[in-house]
Design a protein around this ligand. Structure first.
Ligand SMILES: C[S@@+](CC[C@H](N)C(=O)[O-])C[C@H]1O[C@@H](n2cnc3c(N)ncnc32)[C@H](O)[C@@H]1O
Ligand code: SF4
Length: 390
C-alpha cells in the first residue's frame, strides 16, 4: 500500500495546440486549428465528472484540489471561456484548497497583456513562460517564434500581473561557450524578478525533426563532461541569486517550489483531462492499487470520444513492481530524497549496488530517506539503472 498523502489532489489540463511545432519537441502538440469552443468545454466537463465518479468508485473521498496545471501545447492560446469553465467547474466539483496553485504555461510569441489580466481574474496565480533561450541565435536554432525583445515584454508585463513567475530555459548546446552562457544567465537574473526556473539541457527525442538532424550529423550534442560543467556552473549562479535547487532541473526562491510537480514527484493522486493527459490515483479499495487513466492522444479522437460521455483510451492497474519503480524514479529526482517506506516491495532495489553507491558517496540512506548526492544528480538515470539492476 502506498503512503500517499490523501489530502493532496492535483488536476492536469492538457491543451494540445501551438502556433508552430518546435523541431525538438515530442510533447502532444499540434499546430493550432480552429476549435469549437462549446465542444471543447463539453468534453473537458464530461471528463471532470467522469473523474469524480472514479474517485467515488475507488473510495477516495472528495479532496479539495491543491493544484491545477494548464500544460501543453500552448495553453495560453486557449480561448478564455474554456479556461474559465474548467476552473469554475472543477471548483464546483472538487472544491479548492485555500492556497490552491493554478499554473498556466505561456509562450512569449503570443503573449497578450489583456488576456493575462483576464487569466488572473479567473484564478490563475502562477505562469510558466517558455523563454527557452537568452540568445537570439539559439532561439532561432530552436525554431522559436519569439526573440529577446518579446521575452522582455512578456516578462515585464507578466510581473506586473503575477507574483509567481516561472521560466523554462534550454542550455548547454553544442558550440555554446560556458562564458557566454554564464554572462547571459547572470544578466537575465539581474534583470527580472522571477520566482522559479526550470533549466533543461537539450535532449533529442524520437520522432522530432532534431532526431533526424542528429542522426544525419546536422545536430551535435555536447559530451557528458561538458554537460556536467554547464550544470555545475548554472547551479552555482542560481544559488548566488537565492534560487534553491529542489529537483534535478528545478530551482525556486523560498516558498515558490512548484506544488503541482511536487505532487507528481511524490507519487500523489492526480487527475488528467484533455488529449493525451493521464491521471493516477491510489485506490482505497481492497487491493490499494495504483490506477492510471490514459486519454486518447489525438485531439480530434479525444474530442469525439468525450463529447457525449467520457471514454478513456485505457484504464490500467499498474502492477506493484511498475508502480514501485515509478515511485523510486520520481522520488529520487527530489533533493530531499525519497521516504523508502513509500516503496511496497524493496526487492526492486539491489542492496549490493546501494552499498556501493553509498561507499562512493553517490547515494545516502539515513533515517528512512534515500537521497542522491547533489553533485551526482546529473547522472540520475545511470544511478537508477545500477540501483535497480539484478
Ligand atoms: C510542454 S513544454 C512547454 C510549453 C510551451 N509551449 C513552451 O514551449 O514554452 C515544457 C518544457 O519542456 C522543455 N523541453 C521540451 N522539449 C525539450 C527537449 N527536447 N530538450 C530539452 N527541453 C525540452 C522546454 O523547456 C519546454 O518549455
Ligand atoms: S511551443 Fe512548446 S509545446 Fe509547442 S511545439 Fe514548441 S516546445 Fe512543444
Amino acid at each position: 500500500m502506498s503512503k500517499c498523502n490523501q489530502n493532496l489532489l492535483s488536476l492536469y489540463v492538457h491543451w494540445p495546440y501551438c502556433e508552430s511545432k518546435c523541431p525538438y519537441c515530442d510533447f502532444n502538440s499540434h499546430v493550432n486549428e480552429k476549435v469549437n469552443v462549446n465542444d471543447w468545454i463539453q468534453s473537458y466537463k464530461n471528463q471532470l465528472f467522469a473523474m469524480k465518479e472514479e474517485l467515488i468508485k475507488n473510495s477516495i473521498n472528495f479532496r479539495q484540489l491543491n493544484t491545477i496545471f494548464f500544460g501543453g501545447g500552448t495553453p495560453s492560446l486557449m480561448p478564455l471561456e474554456i479556461v474559465e469553465s474548467i476552473i469554475d467547474l472543477s471548483k464546483e466539483i472538487f472544491g479548492f484548497k485555500k492556497d490552491i496553485e493554478i499554473t498556466l504555461e505561456a509562450n512569449p510569441s503570443s503573449y497578450e497583456s489583456k488576456k493575462f489580466i483576464k487569466f488572473k481574474q479567473m484564478g490563475i496565480n502562477r505562469v510558466s513562460i517558455g523563454v527557452q533561450s537568452l540568445n537570439n541565435n539559439y532561439l532561432q536554432f530552436l525554431g522559436r517564434l519569439h526573440n529577446i525583445k518579446d521575452i522582455k515584454f512578456a516578462l515585464n508585463d507578466a510581473s506586473e500581473i503575477f507574483e509567481n513567475i516561472s521560466v523554462d530555459l534550454i542550455y548547454a548546446f553544442y558550440g555554446q561557450k560556458i562564458h557566454d552562457w554564464t554572462k547571459e544567465l547572470e544578466s537575465f537574473l539581474n534583470t527580472y524578478n522571477l520566482q522559479h526556473i526550470s533549466l533543461y539541457q537539450l535532449t533529442i527525442e524520437e520522432g522530432t525533426k532534431f532526431f533526424k538532424d542528429h542522426k544525419n550529423g546536422i545536430i551535435k550534442l555536447i559530451d557528458n563532461d561538458k554537460a556536467a560543467e554547464f550544470y555545475d556552473i548554472s547551479n552555482k549562479i542560481l544559488s548566488d541569486f537565492r534560487f534553491i535547487k529542489y529537483e534535478v532541473s528545478n530551482y525556486a526562491k523560498l516558498g515558490f517550489k512548484c506544488k503541482h510537480n511536487l505532487n507528481y514527484w511524490n507519487s500523489e493522486n492526480w487527475i488528467g483531462v484533455g488529449p493525451g493527459a493521464y491521471g493516477r490515483l491510489w485506490s482505497l479499495n481492497k487491493n490499494k492499487d495504483r490506477i492510471e487513466y490514459q486519454n486518447y492522444k489525438n485531439p480530434k479522437t479525444w474530442l469525439s470520444k468525450n463529447l457525449l460521455q467520457t471514454e478513456f483510451e485505457k484504464i490500467i492497474k499498474l502492477n506493484s513492481n511498475v508502480s514501485d519503480i515509478d515511485t523510486l524514479t520520481m522520488g529520487l529526482r527530489l533533493y530531499e530524497g525519497l521516504e523508502i517506506s513509500k516503496i511496497n516491495n524493496l526487492s526492486i532495489i539491489n542492496f549490493k549496488s546501494l552499498k556501493e553507491l553509498q561507499k562512493q558517496n553517490i547515494l545516502s540512506f539515513k533515517n528512512d530517506i534515500l537521497k542522491v548526492n547533489k553533485k551526482h544528480m546529473i547522472k540520475l538515470n545511470s544511478i537508477l539503472n545500477y540501483l535497480t539492476s539484478n
